[in-house]
Design a protein around this ligand. Structure first.
Ligand code: NAG
Ligand code: NAG
Length: 250
């Protein structure tokens, strides 16, 4: 659907013992909660599961111009009184607005844009909504140059992994335990004067060695690898053949 606006927000969470990436897409079309869920399940994974931090990021999207938007939270059909995520995640629900949830006839949940808090609402109301796509990092046990690794990830999964937060780093490090090479490729690349993630994100969280980010790496050291022993990023020769971390759709 053309009206869908992709919002590129990658976030991580811990779900029991492992973490996942969620990418959220704002759908600027008014639908009932059920119709929104059907849409999300067809075009993505599900209606969005959001923690407090994500609720803030999704609300801050300037493309959201309405007071409320649907997320994947609703009353359990089997256990009225229990709020559950459509995607079945056990993400904590600690973000209700004051005096919410407030009536048991309102069985679905919106986020109020102005304060990023949860409100329960009639499921038959029509609201714009967020869908999510869920990913997990996966280590590929093949030795490839950075360019080959990028091609492989894009062909078989979605992309080389961006290690954009401490939580994602922790998960990535966990995934490199079985690596056959001391370093593994990430989606980090130096071009036109700066380092960036191939996914298009800027570097905010950084895990360079103590010498810090190389402002002008040598011509042959312009691809970023993760050192699986010291857990830091290093500028590496792009032609080295290493194992690599892809992002896989769940
Ligand atoms: C890493 O893996 C171990 C066992 O597979 C698990 O217990 C631990 O919680 C994982 N840590 C992260 C950050 O995913
Ligand atoms: C990749 O390289 C490592 C280190 O050089 C080697 O031990 C491993 O067997 C290689 N893996 C494959 C699949 O060729």
């Amino acid at each position: 659907m053309k009206a869908a606006v992709a919002v590129l927000l990658f976030l991580s969470l811990f779900r029991l013992s492992f973490s996942l990436y969620r990418k959220h897409f704002f759908v600027n079309t008014f639908k009932t909660w059920e119709a929104a869920r059907t849409y999300c399940r067809e075009y993505h994974d599900d209606l969005s599961t959001v923690n407090k931090e994500e609720a803030q990021l999704l609300s801050a999207n300037p493309g959201v111009t309405y007071t409320y938007f649907w997320i994947g939270l609703h009353i359990s059909p089997n256990n009225p009184g229990q709020w559950i995520w459509s995607g079945d995640e056990d993400e904590e629900i600690d973000n209700w607005d004051i005096d919410e949830p407030n009536t048991y006839t309102e069985k679905c949940v919106v986020v109020k844009k102005s304060n990023s808090k949860l409100h329960n609402a009639m499921c038959s109301k029509t609201r714009p909504f967020y869908c999510m796509q869920v990913f997990e990092p996966i280590l590929v046990h093949q030795n490839k140059t950075w360019d080959e690794a990028l091609d492989h990830c894009r062909q078989h999964y979605t992309d080389l992994a961006s290690l954009r937060s401490q939580m994602i780093m922790a998960e990535a490090i966990n995934n490199t335990i079985t690596s056959q090479t001391a370093y593994v490729w990430t989606g980090l690349r130096f071009m036109a004067g700066h380092w960036y993630w191939v996914s298009g994100h800027n570097l905010q969280y950084k895990a360079w060695s103590v010498e810090g980010e190389l402002q002008c790496p040598a011509r042959d050291l312009r691809c970023g690898a993760l050192d699986r022993k010291t857990f830091i990023w290093r500028p590496n020769n792009c032609e080295d053949k290493l194992n690599f971390l892809c992002l896989k759709k769940l």
